[in-house]
Write a protein that binds this ligand. Structure first.
Ligand SMILES: NC(=O)c1ccc[n+]([C@@H]2O[C@H](COP(=O)([O-])OP(=O)(O)OC[C@H]3O[C@@H](n4cnc5c(N)ncnc54)[C@H](OP(=O)(O)O)[C@@H]3O)[C@@H](O)[C@H]2O)c1
Length: 265
C-alpha cells in the first residue's frame, strides 16, 4: 500500500471529495484544501477512521484570492509535507449573459480556474521534478473543446486548462522530469455545480445526461496514474469532443448557444 501524499483542491464536495475517498482507499495521505475548514475537518476525521494508517491534513484556502497558491505552498512546506500527487480540482462556474453577470464573480472564476491552478502547478511541478517523480491532474471539462455562449468565460478558462496541460505534459517529458501531467475533461456531472444559485443561472438538464462524480473521479485518477495526458470520461463526452473537431466552431457555438438559452433558468 502506497503512503504517498496527495493534495486535492476543492476537497469538500463533488468530484474533489470523491478523489479524496479514492486516494484514501489507495493508501495516500491527504492534504484537503477548500474554504470550509470545519467541513474539511469532518471529512478528514471520517477518512482517517475508515482507512487506518492514512493521515489527513486540512488547509483552508480561498483560491480566489491573489497569492493564495503561494500561501498554500508555503503552508505545505512549513508543515514539512511532501506532495507526490496534486489534483487541481477546485473550480467555479458562471452561467448567463456575460454583460449581465457580476464582473467580480467572473474575476474570481478566472482566478480559481486559471491563476491558482497555474501557480500551484508551477510550484509543485518544480518540487516534484527535483525528486524526479510526481503526478498532477488538472480539471478541465468538455467545455474546454468549444466556445459556449452564456457560459463563455467558464469555457474559456477550461480551454486554457486543457491547452496549458497538454503543452506542459510534453515539456515535462522532454525534461525527463519524472512528473506526469494530465487534464480530465468531464461532461455534466451530478454535483452542486449543476445546481448552484450562486452561479448566475442553472442549466436544467435531465439527470440521465449527468455522470456520477465517483465514476468521473475514478476514471480521472486511474487515467492520470497510467500517464494519460487527456482523459475524457464517458462515451457521450468523447462523442461531444469529437464533434468539436468536425463542426466549424461558430456552427457549434450557435447550436450550444440555443441549447443553453433554452435550458438556463
Ligand atoms: N460538475 C460538472 O458538471 C463538471 C463538469 C466538468 C468539469 N467540472 C470541473 O470539476 C471540478 C470540480 O467540480 P464539482 O462539480 O465537483 O464542483 P462543486 O461540487 O461545486 O465543488 C467545488 C469545490 O471547489 C471548492 N471551491 C470553490 N471555490 C473555491 C475557492 N475560492 N477556493 C477554494 N476552493 C473552492 C468548493 O469548496 P468550498 O466551498 O469549501 O470552498 C468545493 O469543494 C471543477 O473544476 C469543475 O469546473 C465539473
Amino acid at each position: 500500500m502506497s503512503h504517498k501524499t496527495a493534495l486535492v483542491t476543492g476537497a469538500s464536495e463533488g468530484i474533489g471529495l470523491e478523489f479524496c475517498k479514492l486516494l484514501a482507499a489507495r493508501g495516500y495521505h491527504l492534504i484537503l484544501v477548500s474554504r470550509r475548514q470545519a467541513l474539511l475537518q469532518e471529512i478528514a476525521q471520517q477518512l482517517e477512521e475508515r482507512h487506518p494508517g492514512i493521515r489527513c491534513t486540512v488547509i483552508a484556502a480561498d483560491l480566489a484570492q491573489p497569492q493564495a497558491a503561494e500561501t498554500l505552498f508555503n503552508k505545505v512546506k512549513a508543515q514539512q509535507l511532501q506532495v507526490d500527487f496534486l489534483i487541481n480540482n477546485a473550480g467555479l462556474l458562471q452561467n448567463g449573459f456575460f454583460v449581465k453577470l457580476s464582473l467580480a464573480k467572473q474575476e474570481a472564476m478566472m482566478q480559481v480556474n486559471v491563476v491558482a491552478l497555474t501557480c500551484l502547478t508551477h510550484l509543485f511541478a518544480n518540487d516534484m521534478a527535483s525528486r524526479k517523480s510526481g503526478h498532477i491532474l488538472n480539471l478541465a471539462s468538455t467545455a474546454a473543446w468549444m466556445p459556449i455562449p452564456n457560459e463563455n468565460v467558464y469555457a474559456a478558462t477550461k480551454a486554457f486548462v486543457l491547452s496549458f496541460t497538454q503543452a506542459l505534459a510534453d515539456e515535462m517529458a522532454a525534461l525527463n522530469s519524472g512528473v506526469t501531467i494530465s487534464a480530465l475533461c468531464p461532461g455534466y456531472t451530478a454535483t452542486k455545480m449543476m445546481d448552484n444559485p450562486d452561479q448566475g443561472a442553472t442549466l436544467k438538464i435531465s439527470s440521465d445526461m449527468m455522470m456520477a462524480p465517483a465514476v468521473v473521479a475514478e476514471i480521472g485518477l486511474s487515467g492520470c496514474l497510467a500517464g494519460k495526458v487527456t482523459i475524457i470520461p464517458g462515451l457521450s463526452n468523447k462523442f461531444v469532443t469529437l464533434l468539436s473537431h468536425l463542426l466549424p466552431k461558430m456552427t457549434f457555438a450557435k447550436i450550444l448557444g440555443a441549447f443553453y438559452r433554452k435550458n438556463l433558468v
